[in-house]
Design a protein around this ligand. Structure first.
Ligand code: SAH
Length: 249
């Protein structure tokens, strides 16, 4: 494993929550870091590894005032230039809807050395904790990952939902809880059956994990009635039915 040098930033994927899903590189980075700049709140178990580092919370959280991306980038650069070993801890994988690109480009522009430590993304590993395989040979051979809202907090305008509905056997939605009604309507208008199985997995891999099994037509109503909230990953497709046999937890 390469050494974590002073003045470097490691952009580390923390996985969906279960500390057992941290990579060896992630654990090494957390143990060695001088400062750990967090994204979303991580489980206490994950943070135990960073016991020796100063903890700074700088993250974006839907609907709440949060630091602007340029502020986060500037802080990463400043900490590195001060000669500290900086871990930027991101939920899941840094490049899956995680703004990892913006942060890396800011480091490049500032001439700061960095390393990327990929993590297990909620849309694959999180679903696996609910017994849902994102691909399987006989059911779905392709998968599409989408965000349910863009940086404005609205559902993304640029998405051709009819095309999405036909493109893949499994659709995995991040950050889609607030817009699930609208998204379901658009997918059904585009030709996807209202009976298509939907699973909503809240706090996947964590002790508080909750799973809702529903259908595209009922999803928004069932989500509201169940009280399930963010963070949740939503999977749409027949692969969800495998849960019945494959849920292992
Ligand atoms: N980079 C992250 C995703 C960041 S976007 C990753 O790779 O997983 C944040 C969204 O990810 C949440 O709104 C939710 O849709 C999803 N998410 C992250 N962690 C989750 C978890 N433990 N359980 C369910 N969904 C999760």
């Amino acid at each position: 494993m390469s050494e974590f040098a002073k003045g470097e930033v490691w952009l580390v994927g923390a996985g969906p929550g279960d500390a057992g899903l941290l990579t060896l590189h992630a654990v090494e980075a957390l143990r060695t870091a001088d400062v750990e700049i967090q994204d979303a709140l991580k489980s206490a178990k994950v943070l135990e590894y960073a016991a020796g580092a100063e903890l700074v919370f700088l993250g974006k959280r839907g609907g709440k005032p949060s630091p602007k991306q340029p502020e986060i980038n500037a802080r990463l650069v400043a900490e590195a230039k001060a000669g500290r070993r900086v871990v930027r801890l991101k939920g899941g994988d840094p490049f899956m809807f995680g703004r990892g690109t913006e942060e890396v480009l800011a480091l490049v522009a500032a001439g700061v050395k960095f390393r990327v430590v990929p993590g297990i993304t909620a849309g694959i590993g999180g679903l696996a904790y609910a017994g849902i395989p994102v691909t399987s040979r006989d059911v779905n051979s392709s998968v599409i990952f989408l965000t349910g809202h863009d940086h404005t907090g609205l559902s993304p305008e640029g998405i051709d939902w009819a095309a999405v509905g036909h493109a893949a056997g499994m659709i995995v939605l991040y950050m889609a809880m607030r817009h699930m009604g609208e998204i379901s309507d658009k997918l059904m208008a585009g030709g996807l059956s209202g009976d298509t199985p939907v699973a909503v997995v809240m706090r996947a891999s964590m002790p508080e994990m909750r799973i809702l099994d529903t259908t595209l037509a009922r999803a928004a109503k069932d989500i509201e009635a169940s009280g399930i909230g963010a963070p949740a990953i939503i999977s749409i497709g027949r692969g969800n039915l495998l849960r019945e046999q494959m849920a292992w937890l």
